[in-house]
Design a protein around this ligand. Sequence first.
Ligand code: SF4
Ligand code: SF4
Length: 430
Amino acid sequence: MKRFTSRADREVSAGPCAPETADGGTPMHAAIAVAADDIRDLTLENLFETPDGRRVRTCIQCGTCAGTCPYGDVMDYPPRRIIAMLRAGMLERVFTSESLLMCVACYACMAKCPRGIALTEVLLPLVKEQVFARLPETPPELQKALENTLRYGNPMGESPRKRTAWVKNAGVPIRTLAEDPRPVDVLWFVECQNSYYPRGQDTAKATARIFHALGVDFAILGNEEKCAGECARLVGESGLFDTLTDYNIAVFRKYRFNRIVTSGAHAYDAFKYAYPCAGFSYAVDHTVPYLAHHHLDALKSKLTRRLPYTVTYHDACCLGRHNGFYDEPRALLQAIPGVRLVEMAHSRENSICCGGGGGGMWLDTYYKAKGYERLSDRRVKETVATGADVLAIACPYEVSRFEDAIKVLGYDDKLVVRDVTELLAEAMVE
Ligand code: SF4
Ligand code: SF4
């Protein structure tokens, strides 16, 4: 595999720092993120010198992690077996298996582990890094996405100059800090998918309209924004992640603002758990909890258009299992007159991943070649079973993944995918 910029001979690896807590919003339900010590220098070699590492030793080999993993039945080495091999000094076997390419960093194993072991946050990225390092060839789509991210600052390979192309059609004024660097309350980190992908741009425009209607003092980085890098981190490209981290923090430091609000669920995770390792200390929030915590009452008075939709909400892994934001998106959806909210068989902590995390966004061809069902297909079937006509989401990856699954499965006449902010904006009469 072609490796990108690396930390000195892989001497340090990815891992979360102590979470930034000043995000102005307390999840309405408990999150499972681990308040880890600073483990920026954590490696498999020094794993047991840290509290998180020592917790790995407490594994009782119950197999709950494997049982709850959406790909646990096809992985040679689900978390339980990885720990067993680690104990037996046989981790090299895990490194030479492609098994961990199936891990979509969904946090299900970590959420259910009775010993509270930081599997998705700590152990799996460390092992995955070694797996990718030994792969004779990285799956081409993933390789391309990583190269694009390094070269252009976004996985699509789009020109950085086009990052703000959507702004001129947003319908409301949007301030770009490079053009108008006055201090601002909210620095809105739009994220790659919402900047470039046409359906993601719909989400960006909806969010801008909502901020504008609420009188939020906001501005964007515009063409200065680059990918937050969370997926690079979770596929073991910690060098690429560091490059993006350093770049984005340097840009943040040019401006004065009170908080970062991002539309990216993965960007939120990166800023909250990993960027603090590099000196990032800003208050950070995701759009959905930000609106639910700070603007719900004001929003309600503006949601005057009735939307006669039956809606089911897909809990994104980062927002739900990792951060406990289960009630916030539902509170926003229930504030829309006419919306009937129904739940899927697997929801909240038991939600099934869309399959886009941990590099899965660019591994569909790989999964298909192996004969595995895409998780997005599995999830769409479950959505249709609820009778909902709208699948509401709050993570930019999910629009493209679920819309593609709907098309492939032939449910075009039954189901549409809408970001929570799109539904809110549609219900606002201006
Ligand atoms: S769920 Fe936790 S304790 Fe049980 S086997 Fe997995 S890692 Fe070990
Ligand atoms: S993070 Fe999700 S996909 Fe990865 S091993 Fe854990 S349960 Fe499986």
